[in-house]
Write a protein that binds this ligand. Structure first.
Ligand SMILES: *[C@@H]1O[C@H](CO)[C@@H](O)[C@H](O)[C@H]1NC(C)=O
Length: 354
């Protein structure tokens, strides 16, 4: 091993130890590298700035329909994952300058720290940070089978329609434990057919019954919610959402109503997913499975290594207990974690250049 490689390996070890030992809320403790600037290709549509009449504090992000709006949550625990996801989105986009990010952070986090950390690694990124009042969701959460699923920020996706400015009509929601290996414009262009509020890949072979408790299925007034629908499982980590339709139908309230019921009687075991299934399953627009190759984190209990589902891949999603950055740090990666590593902004510089 040449000395320079050995030295950088030592430095990375020091940095990752520093990060692991850092107080979780201190975004300054993260030493992420700066990502390169990504440029639009010549045939990209240009963004029309918003009309002066619409000028307000958020008007800089109120571009026309040529912009692609991406919503993600942002917190100290998953910051490294978010950074990798953002980098992967930009790197595979043909019009990266037309992408606008909307980051939702917990109200207990210091948004100015997150904003600064983001600006250091992505100086050219167009983004806004929104503060999510966790206490609203916290009171609605009942404990699930995996503690990480009970984090209030996990529920922020229910509230995007309230958090984001009304000038935004459509968004792509992405979890923080994924990377894209394809152009996000293709996903964002998913037609929301049949007046669907959201689009996501559906998995009709999954055992839908198992997502709800016998209490739920044995109570006709509850289980009838799925009458006249053909409900299938979908993963809420990748969704294209028409937020105008979401607002018009007040779907936030519909989801909250199921969460309130769950507090009184246990109708499901997982965290934020089942209320989405209750409200939307069977009524969503389809997306090719390539856009959510999920489950790479393994199961909810042990985080065993999982393989890809058959077929092409546009997005890799480490849903489940194991996260690629943690397994790489522990020197116990799963084979597919090697596909996440090139997007790690805490990794070696050569990762980005190769
Ligand atoms: C689906 O899950 C339910 C509840 O977990 C179980 O009772 C049923 O046998 C399963 N069905 C199939 C086809 O595996």
């Amino acid at each position: 091993m040449p000395p320079s490689v050995a030295l950088s390996a030592i430095l990375i070890t020091i940095i990752s130890i520093a990060v692991r030992n850092a107080p979780a809320a201190d975004a300054d403790a993260f030493q992420f590298r700066e990502a390169p600037k990504f440029y639009n290709s010549p045939n990209c549509p240009s963004l029309t700035p918003p009309a002066a009449a619409a000028a307000d504090t958020t008007s800089n992000i109120c571009y026309d329909s040529n912009a692609i709006h991406v919503a993600m949550t942002l917190d100290a625990a998953y910051l490294r994952g978010s950074m990798a996801a953002i980098l992967s989105v930009l790197q595979h986009s043909s019009c990266p300058e037309n992408i606008i990010f909307h980051f939702v952070s917990s109200s207990s986090a210091t948004t100015s720290d997150l904003r600064r950390t983001m600006s250091i690694s992505f100086p050219y990124l167009q983004f806004n940070v929104y503060s999510f009042d966790d206490s609203a969701a916290a009171g609605l959460i009942s404990t699930s089978i995996r503690a990480a699923l009970d984090c209030p920020l996990n529920y922020a996706r229910n509230y995007l329609a309230d958090l984001l400015p009304t000038c935004i009509r459509k968004i792509v929601y992405l979890d923080s434990d994924l990377v894209l290996v394809d152009n996000i414009a293709k996903l964002a262009a998913t037609p929301l057919i049949n007046d669907a509020v959201l689009a996501a890949p559906e998995y009709c072979n999954a055992n839908f019954t198992s997502y709800f408790t016998p209490t739920f299925w044995s109570n006709p007034s509850l289980s009838l919610t799925f009458a006249n629908r053909k409900p299938c499982y979908f993963n809420t980590g990748v969704m294209v959402i028409d937020i105008e339709r979401w607002r018009a139908g007040d779907y936030t309230t519909k989801i909250v109503e199921w969460m309130e019921l769950q507090k009184r009687m246990r109708i499901y075991e997982l965290g934020s997913l089942p209320p989405f299934l209750l409200v939307f399953a069977g009524n969503i627009a389809p997306v090719d499975h390539r856009w959510n190759q999920h489950g790479l984190g393994g199961d909810n209990f042990r985080g065993l290594c999982r393989d890809l589902h058959p077929g092409p891949v546009s997005l890799l999603h480490w849903s489940g207990k194991g996260k690629p950055w943690a397994r790489l740090d522990e020197n116990r990666p799963c084979p597919l974690d090697a596909l996440w590593a090139p997007y790690d902004l805490l990794g070696t510089r050569s990762n980005l250049e190769s």
